[in-house]
Design a protein around this ligand. Structure first.
Ligand code: F58
Length: 830
């Protein structure tokens, strides 16, 4: 092996290791049995599916570790500029299938398992989801990690290792209940605990001054310390040896902390108190809407960034001895403003601990951070009460004040004494309660601020960050989101994957997704149509079986499967969907028998979680069940219409639902969805979209053409005026009728549903359900008409997949690398 001295101890050890692990089916069988016996400690002659999964996972993990080591060694040797991706949320879902697909050894494992009497699909189902995030933002992080690895970028992900991931949604009598997701209960074979990689994180205390070489220096004397311990999760690229790292931090008691309390003799209470440190990384906040200024959340955020920054600076110092080159070696991506405390933290470390001057430190800090914003909602803007900051992070508060002072001075030079504008742009919000505006801090300090779609950037420029955009126009950019085709086609829809490769004559699209465009030339081919329909039908049958198992409702795969799955939000308008379904039901009920024969049968599928404190969202879930109950049991309706709610929607449920859908709905009020990413997953899988012109859908329309989708509703620029005009406008009669049915208790629970109706009738219908209803029904009618013409529909479906290449996270990551982070691929040799 290159670099080992002959006869060295290392060479002897390498010899003992017998080279790399082998991937032929026989070696894999031996490995699996080895892990059954020695890792899982079951008898090799008798083990069940779950134990097979555990053993299999350990054998995959061994292979991941080999590649991980090689990649990290290689990065260390080459020492390129690295990207650090900081996110408090990652929705990874399952790991097994994705790993063996990316490692290129799926078939070998399937064969190995087969010979041991197991089926890969069944074994893979044993794995639970890693759900360390809420929704779009968190799944996006996971897709982007896959792309960073595949494109050979020298990147690291950082996150928190929550003991409890996103709650499990349990439905009782149609109401959502939240149950804890203790996902680590059965062990987690995918992580590597690094007990030696741990850092102390400080909280509370005071700031003191010392004199160092004749200069004043600040020191933070903490009141509490907690240890951050690293857990590494290898992320393999596809078709490359590169395997990057996702490092998650867990909080542990610190042995430096609280020695005093042990001396007082209260041993038991001292142990219990110390154990409380672990609560910091215990639970993921399940709200995907708003911030509450909670102390524990702030502790979580600082715990996270402190550990990351210590780790990053340590790695930097391993190979560099001057901070002059820091900006050539490090780029830090902030996934929304949640990790923004990293900014004052780097300032603190550089100034207080590394003793750089303020200006030099600021010169570094203002070049290394990149922000992505994921929201247009004003309530999505984080604020930290100054009181809280002062007690928990006293030194950081001083630093933020200093940054703000400098910024305000600079700003005054340009805009003079426009005090309103100065106060809007200030990082510190004055008022009865003084707050730190985390968004302003981030915009002031980041090198670039990125929107997640083109329209999102417009909204950032004209609404959310208007003042900042006018001051720093060049800072604002957009990189439209994307999703990884590896998980969303190759892993979750293997038969479509095979079909695409067959018709393109290559599987190179799995790495080079633009090749999907090649399907366009076959979009009218009758043979492809037949095969395409066949693949889609098999996926629908699988979904129908799942629906029956979960909800007891039997649905026919001959019907159109019409799907809306995503977090439940007023702006995402699941309520519009439900009112449309009620209208359809009402129409069928009042039809003559002869007309019923013309109805296109539909299965309406809704799924998603509501934040635990979000009352309106919870009512929408209940309404869905109440309406479903009525429709599904109405003998007049039969198979013409069904409505089912899929409980506990998560990544692995999505992998089943998306390939089995015909029509998928993305119907947010225009101007509210920053991007949306599930639209891209449906598109890749050949589902036809029924959508508003919002977020990334606007770019999808450009790519595949409005004629291949069903687009309806107000446009972004029309919405503000429509809201103002609302009082004079009359909602269409059909709309008033369906709202009245809910209000009058046609589906029961009228008191409970009253606030939903009031929001529409009495409180101005902020989300414009009434305004968009008529055009929504037209779009639905057009979908019915197109579905009857299966040739037309199949063509639309093929063209959807063909046009989905632009919405791969590979493209997004390449864009960021080039236009923001300034990093280059660093490919570990085979
Ligand atoms: C989502 N944001 C956007 N936030 O809503 C969606 O349009 C976009 O496609 C996606 O990000 C990816 O860019 C989102 O998921 C959160 O979940 C936050 C979590 C923490 C509290 C505030 C919301």
């Amino acid at each position: 092996r290159a670099g080992l001295a002959p006869d060295s101890k290392a060479e002897r050890m390498f010899g003992l290791m017998d080279g790399f692990l082998r991937n032929d089916p026989l070696s894999l069988q031996k490995d699996i049995l080895y892990h059954v016996e020695y890792t899982v400690a079951r008898s090799r002659f008798s083990f069940d599916d779950f134990e097979a999964y555990q053993a299999l996972a350990h054998s995959v993990r061994d292979r991941l570790i080999e590649r991980w080591h090689d990649t990290q060694q290689y990065f260390k040797r080459k020492d390129p500029k690295r990207l650090y991706f900081l996110s408090l949320e990652f929705l990874m879902g399952r790991t097994l299938s994705n790993s063996i697909t990316n490692l290129g050894i799926r078939n070998q494992y399937a064969e190995a398992l087969n010979q041991l009497g197991f089926e890969l699909e069944v074994v893979a189902e044993q794995e639970g989801d890693a759900a360390l995030g809420n929704g779009g933002l968190a799944r996006l992080s996971a897709c982007q990690m896959d792309s960073l690895a595949t494109l050979d970028f020298p990147a690291w992900g950082y996150g928190l290792r929550y003991q409890y991931g996103l709650f499990r949604q349990v439905i009782l009598d149609g109401f959502q209940h939240e149950h804890p997701d203790y996902w680590l209960n059965f062990g987690n074979p995918w992580e590597i605990e690094r007990i030696h990689v741990s850092y102390s994180v400080k909280f509370y205390g005071t700031v003191e001054e010392e004199v160092l070489n004749g200069e004043k220096n600040k020191i933070w004397v903490p009141g509490e310390m907690v240890e951050a311990v690293a857990y590494d999760n290898p992320i393999p690229g596809y078709g490359t040896r590169n395997t990057i790292n996702l490092r998650l931090w867990a909080a542990k008691p610190s042995d430096q902390d609280d020695v005093e309390s042990f001396n007082t003799g209260d041993y038991i209470n001292s142990v219990i108190n110390r154990q409380r440190a672990e609560t910091i990384s215990n639970v993921l906040y399940p709200d995907d809407r708003s911030y509450q200024g909670k102390e524990l959340r702030l502790k979580q955020q600082y715990f996270f960034v402190s550990a990351c920054i210590q780790d990053i600076i340590r790695r930097f110092k391993d190979t560099n001895n001057s901070f002059d080159v820091f900006t050539d070696k490090v780029a830090l991506q902030l996934n929304d403003t949640h990790p923004a405390l990293a900014i004052p933290e780097v300032m603190r470390v550089l100034v207080d601990e590394e003793h750089l001057g303020w200006n030099q430190a600021w010169g570094i800090v203002s070049k290394i951070f990149f922000l992505t914003s994921h929201t247009v909602q004003p309530e999505g803007s984080e604020k930290i009460p100054v009181d809280l900051m002062e007690s928990l992070l006293p030194r950081h508060l001083e630093i933020i004040y200093d940054i703000n002072f400098n910024f305000m001075e600079e700003l005054k030079k340009h805009i003079g004494s426009d005090y309103d504008r100065l106060s809007r742009m200030s990082i510190v919000e004055e008022g009865p309660v003084k707050n730190i505006r985390v968004a302003n801090l981030s915009v002031v300090c980041c090198y670039s601020v990125n929107g997640v779609s083109r329209i999102h950037l417009e909204l950032l420029k004209t609404r959310v960050f208007k003042d900042f955009f006018e001051y720093w126009p060049e800072k604002f950019q957009f990189k439209t989101n994307g999703v990884t085709q590896r998980r969303w086609i190759v892993v979750s829809n293997p038969s479509l994957c095979a079909l695409i490769s067959k018709w393109l004559g290559t599987d190179a699209w799995i790495r080079d997704v633009d090749l999907l465009m090649g399907l366009r030339e076959h979009a009218g081919n009758a043979d492809l149509h037949q095969e395409w329909q066949m693949v889609r039908r098999v996926n629908k049958i699988r979904l129908a079986e799942y629906i029956e198992a979960m909800s007891g409702v039997k649905v026919s795969p001959d019907a159109m499967f019409d799907v809306q799955v995503k977090r439940i939000h007023e702006y995402k308008r699941q309520l519009l969907n439900l009112l449309g379904i009620i209208h359809r039901y009402d129409c069928i009920k009042n039809m003559k028998e002869s007309d019923r024969r013309k109805v296109v049968p539909r299965v309406c599928i809704i799924g998603g979680k509501a934040a635990p404190g979000y009352e309106a969202a919870k009512k929408i879930i209940k309404l869905c069940h109440a309406v479903g109950e009525k429709i599904n049991n109405d003998p007049d309706i039969g198979d013409l219409l069904k409505l089912v709610f899929i409980p506990d929607y998560n990544v692995s449920v999505a992998e089943l639902v998306i390939p089995g859908s015909d029509l998928s709905q993305h119907i947010s009020t225009a101007g509210h969805e920053a991007s949306g990413t599930s639209n891209m997953k449906f598109l890749m899988n050949g589902c036809v979209l029924l959508a508003t012109s919002d977020g990334s859908t606007i770019e999808i329309i450009e790519e595949i053409g409005e004629e291949n989708m069903f687009i309806f509703g107000a446009k972004v620029h029309e919405v503000p005026a429509l809201r103002k005009k609302h009082a004079e406008m009359k909602a269409p009669l059909q709309f008033a009728r369906v709202v009245r049915m809910v209000r009058d208790g046609y589906f029961g629970f009228e008191d409970y549903f009253k606030p939903l109706c009031d929001a529409i009738d009495k409180q101005g219908d902020f989300y414009l359900l009434g305004h968009d209803f008529a055009s929504y029904l037209e779009a639905q009618a057009a979908a019915d008409k197109a579905y009857v013409d299966q040739e037309k529909w199949t063509r639309m479906s093929i063209l959807s997949t063909a046009g989905s290449g632009r919405f791969s996270s590979d493209r997004t990551m390449a864009d960021y690398a080039e236009k923001a982070w300034g990093i280059k691929p660093c490919k570990c040799p085979l």
